[in-house]
Design a protein around this ligand. Structure first.
Ligand code: IMP
Ligand code: MG
Length: 183
């Protein structure tokens, strides 16, 4: 699929189909439901903006009383490079002290975002704090951090779709694709 070039022309090759995503999300939902069985204090904390679609689908697979809140942290500009500075652009609406907090992230790359968010949320004394990441690029890790649940472990490729963007585009793709820059 060819796209209008932002600066350099690029193409998106399908990598993980909508069907494969749905199957994995269903399995994650079942594992998460089993993990939190009996809890009536679960709150899903979606990291904006990349996780919005994953949060929406994952929550529908969690068979427990659950609330949702959102946090926006920035670590990326418009390029495919990670910056090490993490800023909180939008904080949670609710308190999380004593709650079971499930942080839902689109992708763990260098690990800076997740590590910063983890530290921030831990300081608010949740009962338990776990992380569910749709994607993980372990080969890019610069700081030690690990999600409790991971949807797919992927190689060092820039991916878009199902919430993830390239220069704010392609979040609406129902599948996950790889961005490729032809010579
Ligand atoms: P980290 O702080 O380097 O781990 O970066 C995490 C954030 O960078 C993710 O939440 C994404 O928003 C963004 N990101 C990292 N890799 C990709 C990618 O391949 N496609 C789109 N966004 C990405
Ligand atoms: Mg993100």
């Amino acid at each position: 699929m060819t796209q209008t070039p932002a600066e350099r022309p690029y193409v998106i090759d399908q990598f993980i189909s909508a069907k494969a995503i749905a199957a994995r999300v269903e399995a994650l939902g079942a594992e998460i439901t089993a993990h939190y069985k009996g809890s009536d204090r679960l709150v899903v904390v979606g990291l904006l903006r990349g996780s919005f679609m994953f949060v929406a689908d994952l929550m529908r697979e969690i068979d427990l009383p659950v609330e949702v809140d959102f946090l926006e942290a920035s670590s990326y500009g418009n390029a495919t490079h990670s910056s090490k500075e993490v800023r909180i652009l939008k904080d949670l609406r609710g308190e999380i002290a004593g709650r079971d907090v499930l942080v839902v992230e689109d992708i763990v790359d260098s690990g800076f975002t997740l590590s910063h968010v983890r530290r921030l949320l831990e300081s608010r004394n949740p009962a338990r704090l776990e992380v569910c990441a749709l994607l993980d690029k372990p080969s890019r890790r610069e700081i030690e951090v690990q999600a409790t649940w991971t949807g797919f472990t992927i190689p060092d490729e820039f991916v878009v779709g199902y919430g993830l963007d390239y220069a704010q585009r392609h979040r609406n793709l129902p599948f996950i694709g790889k961005v490729r820059f032809p010579e």
